[in-house]
Write a protein that binds this ligand. Sequence first.
Ligand code: SF4
Length: 440
Amino acid sequence: MALSALEIYKFLPKTNCKKCGQPTCLAFAMKLAAKQIELSQCPFLTEDAKQKLNELSEPPMRTVTFGTPEKEVKIGGDLVLFRHEKKFYNPTPLGIILDSSDEKLEEKINYIKELRIERVGEEFKIDFLAIKDSGELSQFITAVNIISHNGFPLILISDSRENISSAVRKLKGHRPIVYYRGEIDDIIDFLKESDLPFIISDTQSQSLWKKAEEIYNSGFKNVILHLESSSLNELLKFNTIQRRLAILKGKRFASFPTLILVEEEDIFRQLALCSLGICKYTDVLISSCLDKALWNALVTLRFNIYTDPQKPVTVEPKVYSIGTPSENSPVLVTTNFSLTYYTVAPEIENSKIPSYLLVVDTEGMSVLTAWAADKFNEKVISSWMERENLKGLVNHRRLIIPGYVAVLSGKLEEVTGWEIIVGPKEASGIPKFLKQIWRN
Ligand code: SF4
């Protein structure tokens, strides 16, 4: 939580001794609030004041990390209750739970590895795997080895302290999350020593918060909370209260990220629980479902929730080749708002006429908005035509502009010397339009 200068000032010695390089303690507090100076630069702070200031300046939700040497996964770290207040950080990592005794384990891992989902030009994969120990050490270790060799970050789930510590030893250089299913006191020494993130769970929210408070007071910071419930109502209530306690009330025990583990048979129950989790504050999600349809829906939902609402999704401004265009192919122009690009490009493809599509940087605005904001005008378009060397790309001088900005045609013709053809207003009209006007 960011502290104000006055809140910090309360904890300072107020002697104005200048040892920190600042003229007064208040000046030091102001620099500290602006993160321009380190707390350690005041040598006269009491241990108590240091601890309080450190605690108070921690973010409301902790960020817990795990992963492999090549891939770090971040969990939690949010600062606000609603994404329009700022944005949500660290999109909920999505993982699949597997059983170490599963005869088809390798086959499933290979399938998961190939499970790729594309959304507006970005490719998503399953972020991690959780492996449930069947109780047989050799099976557990084999499963852990296969998963780690395939590059997946891991959550180790077991009720055997020995099996967990053997698996951790095998995973040298990795940082798995430990989910011990026995009494936490039995493994606390190991957790302290290994400094690995771990999960604590309970079937009741009140007892889970009580455990979280004890764990927090014992000095553990890399902890994740799991409410063992498959009730939509209970999970929604728990996640919402947890986030409110952390952000509005500043309760440190509630700063731990939350986990949802869904092992329902029915895919619609899976979808309901997982969607609830993504929409309402679950920081890490594990499902037993292998069906791509579920992951398609979840990835799309996560993409929407975690997109910065103050920053439009954009594509790179440049010339895109659609099909295999030649020097005789049509050239169309549009803006770099992602949704616009992904509406226009497939329709050009549908026309079966190989084309060039010039995408102009309009800071992610759609055609009409960009035109109204003066970001999609004759000067901008002509400078991108030059920058992308359209003259060298085609041997004609005809440019197709979106129907919504027909008003630009005269000025654009003057500035560029190209013939400007006004295209359809809606992208759906592009295939018919191109077939009619382009006869090369
Ligand atoms: Fe105040 Fe500490 Fe700076 Fe001295 S060193 S002026 S006590 S903040």
